[in-house]
Design a protein around this ligand. Structure first.
Ligand code: B12
Ligand code: SF4
Ligand code: SF4
Length: 412
């Protein structure tokens, strides 16, 4: 028989940091939770995230009728601590510093299933069916990654809704293989957040109204990555300099800080060590860490990029620079929209000339957010630019943004 431990050892050798197994039984609690959050409008901006989807994503046999087991996998993506950055620098969430993790993890999952298949071939009679069946998931698939990880004992639900793991905190990507191979399941962990509620209070937009509940419509991760249109005006001032994703509810988490100390990213007193390019890993969870470089790549624009030059990116430059990065998801229009908001929040009027040029951008979404930023920064040059835009602008939504910006300057 193909030992569950042999499978786990192979996963570690592929570079996964955590491997557990659970059954293919339905995830009833998760199903209920998703339907509850959808009915309360928490996923209003993600139309594909529906109650119908929950029925499929919470039932492994709907995805693979012969499913028996799920191999739950976690891969840590911490590389270094970000610089503090100045007011004219943006912040990018850690998961997007390196190459797109989907592109890195998918081939590993494929290699993993090829290996299992070969191992099973050598042991006739191993499978209940005729051949090995597998379905691979990492993030985008119709599978509840966190519910799988929780039941498999890979980690526990944090109150910020992320899965927290022993040793790596929540800085892990989750993936899984659903299979018809019978494997010995692991138990869920007994750990939980206890009385801690630090993340709930740290969230700048109030996107965590209650423990274990996230209102996506207020989450900066959603606003900067998934939202295609305009960012709600009342949330923009709360977004600071975050231009792609948000790590705040993870940065403040004590479990993560312990993990960072263990990995050599914080000193003994707990202060972050800035500018490390490699990390020392010591895992108690697997026999020997082989070293992995994928997530140690510096991002194509730095962890805290200068904002003003980003406004000058052309469509072609954006495509070339971010073709291997998760940032490509926002497209140029979404990314420059976010940059405008961060500049508006910078309080630094040296951004006005660049925003003035952005008021001429061919993309209305960018013009509208540039107008908001100018209204927030204020000053004579910003006022003149907005008045000129009011005279020329034809797009109704942008005109509304310009009017609002002028009202901020008491110029209406
Ligand atoms: C949609 C989505 C988003 C949305 C909504 C996030 C959300 N919390 O639902 C947005 C765009 C906002 C988002 C943001 C982020 N995401 Co996202 N996202 C997803 C996706 C595709 C689905 C998540 C989902 O099912 N949400 C529905 C809610 C209801 O489910 P849930 O949060 O898991 O909630 C569970 C608990 O509530 C539990 N539950 C129910 N009742 C109760 C009661 C109690 C007492 C308890 C303890 C638990 C519990 O059951 C629920 C179902 O599993 C997954 C990938 C996937 N296919 O699963 C990635 C995923 C969750 N995202 C991930 C990441 C990394 C992020 C960000 C950190 C990215 C960033 N830096 O900006 C942020 C984190 C924001 C946050 N605080 O959660 C990782 C999380 C890894 C981890 N360690 O947990 C995932 C798993 C992707 C991956 N494969 O690695 N994401
Ligand atoms: S990712 Fe940011 S905005 Fe979203 S819940 Fe966490 S702290 Fe709040
Ligand atoms: S900050 Fe506290 S409550 Fe939030 S996830 Fe971490 S341990 Fe849990």
């Amino acid at each position: 028989m193909l030992e569950t431990q042999t499978i786990k050892d192979y996963a570690y050798s592929l570079g996964f940091d955590l491997v557990r197994v659970t059954t293919a039984l339905p995830f009833r609690e998760a199903n209920q939770a998703i339907k509850d959050r959808v009915s309360r409008g928490y996923f209003a901006g993600l139309p594909w995230f529906s109650a119908e989807r929950a029925d499929v994503s919470c039932d492994p046999t709907a995805l693979l009728p012969e499913a028996q087991s799920i191999i739950a996998l976690g891969m840590c993506y911490l590389t270094e601590q970000p610089d503090e950055g100045g007011p004219l620098q943006g912040r990018i969430s850690r998961y997007a510093w390196g190459e797109d993790y989907h592109d890195l993890i998918k081939p590993k999952l494929q290699q993993f299933t090829t290996w299992i298949n070969e191992a099973v071939q050598e042991r006739p009679g191993e499978l209940p069916g005729e051949r090995l069946e597998t379905r691979l998931f990492v993030d985008t698939g119709r599978m509840v990654d966190r519910a799988v990880a929780q039941r498999a004992g890979l980690g526990w639900y944090g109150k910020n809704t992320n899965i927290l793991t022993k040793g790596w905190g929540s800085w892990v990507f989750l993936a899984e293989i659903v299979t018809n191979l019978p494997l010995i399941p692991d138990e869920p962990l007994k750990s939980n957040c206890g009385n801690c509620e630090i993340c709930l209070h740290a969230c700048p937009t109030g996107a965590l109204p209650h423990p274990y509940e996230l209102d996506s419509t207020r989450c900066i991760s959603f606003l900067t990555i998934e939202l295609k249109g305009s960012i709600p005006i009342e949330l923009r001032p709360l977004m600071g300099n975050l231009i792609f994703g948000c790590d705040i509810c993870q940065e403040v988490c004590p479990v993560n800080q312990v993990a960072e100390r263990r990995l050599g990213l914080r000193d003994e007193q707990g202060a972050p060590l800035i500018g490390l390019t490699t990390i020392k890993r010591r895992s108690t969870d697997k026999p020997a860490f082989q070293g992995r470089t994928e997530f140690q790549t510096r991002p194509p624009i730095g962890t805290t990029p200068e904002l003003i030059p980003l406004l000058a990116l052309t469509e072609e430059e954006f495509r070339l620079r971010f073709r291997h990065s998760p940032i490509k998801r926002t497209k140029r229009r979404g990314f420059l929209r976010n940059v405008c908001v961060a500049l508006g929040n910078s309080g630094d009027r040296s951004a006005v000339p660049a925003l003035r040029l952005a008021l001429q951008d061919e993309e209305p979404l960018i013009r509208g957010h540039a107008a908001w930023a100018l209204g927030r920064l204020g000053g004579d040059e910003a006022l003149q630019a907005l008045q000129a835009a009011m005279a020329q602008e034809a797009d109704q939504e942008v005109r509304q943004e310009v009017r609002y910006a002028l009202s901020l300057l008491n110029a209406l």
